[in-house]
Ligand binder design. Structure first.
Ligand code: SF4
Ligand code: SF4
Ligand code: SF4
Length: 256
């Protein structure tokens, strides 16, 4: 029998929600049938110290120690898979890049001088990432599809249309018509429009669509009566660094 692919599943600074997504029964059953999980420190006491074919990593880079772990895993893996929003876009921790650091730290820690954190950043700002499985937490069907692709040699094709495509296909009422800020038009879909289907606006957890016209979208929201701050608070929730990069500060309104 052909040797199974050697897999590692690791986390840096994160909440373990992405790692738990892998442990959903249907996902985990597929995984252990198709690949060999050589290391998964969340659930295994004894973990392999050699090289891997694929390493899945959850979390945001928040500390120097995270960078050390990433560099070590990069050396040991043929392919690195960023698992979840924190790994792919910086996720919720990356909000800190847009806030006053001192005030933010004091919200959580009365004394924090002993804590040496680095600006929260996605892992591809530190190491080469080969594949991205975004979303908070990641979509288990997408994880299963990815595993099937890597074990059969099929090309993995990330979903590239905005959330609105899936949302309109499902016949949902558009939340923009209720005057709510929904990031669906500028966010990569692939989540089956999970939030708007449950009457919750999209917060952009799968990151911006590559060809999103962010200026036109922001101008539309301005006409709806929203301020620059309202808009950016929403865009900064999961993927502020990427949305900012994509905006390119082309809109004059953004300079206000
Ligand atoms: S992406 Fe979401 S579930 Fe995953 S580590 Fe970050 S906060 Fe937790
Ligand atoms: S609710 Fe949001 S995702 Fe759905 S169509 Fe409207 S803007 Fe797009
Ligand atoms: S609708 Fe938006 S926030 Fe909700 S899961 Fe999809 S991409 Fe993430």
């Amino acid at each position: 029998m052909k040797n199974k692919l050697k897999i590692g599943v690791y986390g840096i600074s994160g909440c373990a929600g992405c790692l738990l997504s892998i442990l959903f029964e249907d996902c985990f059953k597929q995984l252990i049938k198709l690949v060999e999980i050589k290391a998964f420190p969340l659930i295994k006491e004894n973990n392999y110290g050699g090289d891997f074919d694929y390493v899945f990593i959850e979390g945001t880079v928040c500390f120097d120690e995270d960078i050390i772990v990433l560099n070590e895993l990069r050396k040991r893996a043929k392919y690195i898979v960023a698992l979840g929003s924190c790994a792919c876009t910086g996720g919720v921790p990356s909000i800190k890049n847009f806030l006053d650091e001192e005030k933010t730290m004091k919200l959580v820690y009365p004394v924090y001088n002993h804590l040496k954190s680095t600006p929260p950043t996605p892992m591809d700002m530190h190491i080469k990432v080969d594949y991205y499985l975004p979303q908070c937490p990641p979509n288990k069907e997408e994880i299963i599809e990815f595993i099937k692709c890597i074990t059969t040699g099929r090309e993995f094709k990330p979903y590239r249309e905005p959330v609105c495509y899936e949302c309109r296909r499902k016949g949902n009422l558009c939340l923009l018509t209720e005057n709510k800020i929904c990031l669906g038009p500028i966010t990569n879909g692939g989540c089956d429009a999970l939030c708007p289907t449950n009457s919750v606006t999209c917060y952009g957890c799968r990151g911006p669509c590559k060809d999103a016209n962010i200026k036109a979208y922001l101008d539309m929201l301005k006409e709806m009566g929203y301020t620059n701050k309202n808009m950016h608070d929403k865009m900064n929730t999961f993927a502020g660094l990427q949305f900012k990069e994509q905006e390119g500060n082309k809109s004059k309104w953004l300079e206000k």
